[in-house]
Design a protein around this ligand. Structure first.
Ligand SMILES: Nc1ncnc2c1ncn2[C@@H]1O[C@H](COP(=O)(O)OP(=O)(O)O)[C@@H](O)[C@H]1O
Ligand code: SF4
Ligand SMILES: [Mg+2]
Length: 326
């Protein structure tokens, strides 16, 4: 598969109360044409911050200190802040923000929300043309065109999430970043949203998806590759099978260990939780950021940050892999 997006050395922080929250630390990623990249990790590990940066939607108090992104041959300096080429939003890269369902303007019908998106990029578009384009897109994706007349509160959570997804992809962006699009939904609505995302890829409306979710079993179904984020860094990356079936990083292993697994006779069993919580990113731990919670921590772990052992496609940032490598 051809490379579509390359993100290099992103470091970013929120400036709050004279201190910095180091939310993203040296993150590099690639995304290929046609693939779904899953992004997982506990709350507060920087997933939404990274999503905001990739979607060129950075604004104070979030500052990108270093990093660039190459998308469709265009190199974008992510540190530009107000100077970011925001016109590319929606067209090349689009985001479905976390909690998008609840942030829709309650007084606007769906057709008006769609018109606003199209008008931002085609200022002369007529309302009737915008409605017609949206109607066609809804029908193409198997959704009822009548939702155009609805207000957000008239739609179920699952339908609202699908409608927001359709609206955010009206301009056929290459990359869609979906930040926890299924977290607030019941299982059947989750399936409907995942089905819609797959259809968008199959019909080539979009070329690839960054899918952020807590739900590793769901990511195993939908993602081709998975990146695990801990305390602002990518702890491990690999194919969905490598990450779920053969995780190398103790954090990934702990995350997978805390998944609820179905047991015969007992409904569900929690195998093992992860003790403690992610660190306060105003003063992250020295060395490996996972060391205070890691049952394998060695003296060196609290002193020196582990490099990424492996290849850009399959690595884990953990000192345990040094011995394996040498
Ligand atoms: N607007 C903000 N101001 C200050 N800190 C923030 C802000 N948004 C997020 N953070 C902090 O940045 C870190 C990463 O948050 P976030 O990207 O939302 O993580 P995730 O999406 O993985 O839950 C957390 O420590 C969070 O408290
Ligand atoms: S580097 Fe050390 S503390 Fe960090 S995950 Fe590996 S063993 Fe644990
Ligand atoms: Mg988030």
């Amino acid at each position: 598969m051809d490379e579509l997006l390359r993100v290099q050395n992103v470091r970013a922080a929120y400036a709050v109360g004279g201190r910095e929250v180091q939310a993203v630390e040296e993150v590099s990623l690639t995304l290929r044409e046609g693939e779904v990249l899953g992004l997982a990790g506990e709350s507060g590990c920087g997933k939404s911050t990274l999503a905001t940066i990739l979607a060129l939607a950075t604004k104070p108090p979030l500052y990108v200190k270093s990093g660039q992104m190459v998308l469709e041959g265009k190199t974008i300096d992510l540190t530009l802040g107000a100077g970011l080429p925001r016109e590319l939003r929606g067209q090349l890269i689009s985001i479905l923000p976390q909690g998008a369902l609840n942030s829709l303007n309650p007084t606007a019908r769906v057709r008006e929300l769609a018109y606003d998106v199209l008008k931002a990029h085609r200022p002369t578009i007529q309302r009737s043309e915008a409605y017609e384009l949206t109607r066609q897109r809804l029908e193409q994706l198997g959704l009822p065109a009548r939702v155009l007349e609805n207000y957000p509160h008239q739609l179920s959570g699952g339908m609202k999430q699908r409608v927001v997804t359709v609206i955010s992809t009206l301009l056929n962006p290459k990359v869609l970043i979906a930040d926890e699009p299924t977290s607030a939904l019941d299982v059947s609505s989750q399936k409907a949203v995942v089905g819609l995302l797959k259809t968008l890829l199959e019909r080539r409306v979009i070329s690839s998806i960054v899918f952020i979710a807590h739900d590793l079993p769901l990511l195993r179904e939908i993602a081709d590759r998975i990146a695990i984020m801990y305390a602002g860094k990518i702890a491990e990356i690999g194919t969905n099978h490598e990450i779920i079936d053969a995780p190398k990083h103790p954090y990934t292993q702990a995350l997978i260990g805390s998944i609820l697994v179905p047991e015969p006779y007992v409904r569900q069993k929690r195998v093992e939780g992860i003790e403690g919580s992610p660190p306060d990113l105003r003063s992250p731990p020295s060395g490996c950021r996972f060391h205070p919670r890691c049952k394998y921590a060695m003296p060196k772990c609290s002193q020196t940050q582990p490099p990424e052992f492996g290849t850009p496609e399959r690595f884990a940032a953990c000192w345990l892999l040094e011995a394996v490598k040498s």
